[in-house]
Ligand binder design. Structure first.
Ligand code: BMA
Length: 383
């Protein structure tokens, strides 16, 4: 045994590349992806886009099309996909994209050298309505009417309390068992993401996003901090039990306008549970407000990330149908450039409502200007 060890040491000293190889073979896919992101981050920041190859401003469902490619001649380095609907066993996601196609594009983007990120907008597990609280009013009212007819007063009082949904899926809750089935469906889909060699696709998973707002059933006013963390852990522990190797977990609250340690830590899942800290930051109102809030948040998040050895990204962003032709280079670029942002990912270009770059957007020329910047990275730049 001793001789064997000495022999190994001798050889690895002689051939450091062998040592290197043995070491990198031991790393998980998630660790390799993390290292890759860190390397890329030193070169610049990547462009990402949600649903890039499914539809654009003037087209739907064509194969081999991309608003990004048609504008700048390259694909986004990061592509975002949403699996909302998988929990119901649906064939299509909440935005009508067939899961078969989502799987194909994920694998394709990975095989081309791109980076994949997945979000999940699950239905309300207690009411069966959508992930959004405010969109639920009709369905909610209907549910109450039918429950009254059935004299199910105890269920009515349960669903009237917005805090009951997260509670119901936690262990011991009324919807826990059915939610386990939902998690299994998520797990089965993630498990099915394999490349042509049968290898699991490495990916960034970003559940329970924008949780500091209250528009989703897992949002700020709809569960306690402890319940939120229990929800996070339950999903992460389950998914990690079947896929321990290939997933980077990303925590991405919404634009806050001035995080501080106390507010941020309230729902932060913990250093051992998160690799990437994202923020979803759209400009909905005035430009000055947006810049001020985003700067304040990135100030905090970037220094928090540095202290906690994490990376940061703008996991959703954009200005819907920007009427301002110079929004990219005048508003977003100067803020992004000040921070070690790994990628920025404008949301989808669906019908007439678009967030990402496109030749059909008013901002086309401006985006092409930004594209020329060597630090702005697309698929070819990260291969
Ligand atoms: C939201 C909107 C919705 C969509 C959801 C998931 O921001 O774009 O229309 O269903 O994302 O993609």
């Amino acid at each position: 045994m001793k001789i064997k060890i000495l022999y190994l040491i001798f050889f690895s000293l002689l051939f450091p590349s062998v040592q290197q190889e043995a070491y990198s073979a031991k790393k998980t896919k998630a660790e390799k992806l993390t290292e890759r992101l860190r390397k890329i981050q030193k070169k610049g920041y990547m462009y990402g886009h949600q649903d890039d190859t499914f539809y654009g401003i003037t087209w739907d469902w064509d194969l081999n099309r991309s608003d990004t490619y048609e504008l700048v001649g390259d694909y986004p380095a990061v592509m975002g996909f949403d699996i909302g609907g998988i929990e119901m066993g649906d064939e299509k996601n909440l935005d009508s994209v067939p899961f078969i196609r989502i799987r194909k594009e994920i694998v394709r983007h990975h095989e081309k050298g791109g980076i994949v990120t997945i979000s999940w907008h699950p239905h309300n597990p207690l009411l069966g309505t959508t992930a959004w609280i405010e969109k639920d009013t009709t369905a909610y009212a209907q549910a109450i009417v039918s429950l009254r007819a059935l004299r199910q007063d105890n269920v009515i009082s349960l669903i009237k309390d917005p805090k009951s949904t997260v509670r119901s899926v936690l262990p011991g809750g009324t919807a826990h068992e059915s939610f386990r089935v939902w998690m299994e469906r998520v797990g089965a889909f993630l498990l099915s993401l394999k490349d042509k060699d049968g290898e699991q696709v490495p990916l960034i998973f970003r559940p329970w996003h924008e949780n500091n707002g209250s528009w989703f059933w897992w949002g700020q006013d709809n569960c306690s901090d402890g319940e939120f963390k229990a929800l996070w852990n339950m999903l992460q522990d389950y998914v990690s039990s079947i896929l321990p190797d290939n997933i980077i977990w990303c925590y991405s609250p919404n634009l806050y306008g001035g995080w501080n340690e106390k507010d941020f830590m309230r729902r932060y899942p913990g250093d051992d549970r998160v690799t990437l800290i994202g923020e979803d930051a759209y400009q909905w109102g005035g430009e000055e407000d947006f810049k001020r809030q985003l700067t304040a948040d990135l100030d905090f998040i970037s220094s928090f990330a540095q202290k906690h050895d994490k990376m940061i990204a703008m996991t959703e962003c954009g200005y819907q149908n920007s009427p301002d032709p110079t929004w990219w280079t005048r508003v977003l670029k100067p803020v992004v450039e000040k921070y070690p942002v790994c990628y920025l990912l404008p949301w989808r270009n669906y019908s007439k409502d678009h967030f990402g770059a496109s030749k059909d957007a008013k901002t086309a020329k401006d985006f092409k200007e930004w594209y020329k910047d060597k630090r702005f990275l697309f698929l070819r730049d990260i291969k």
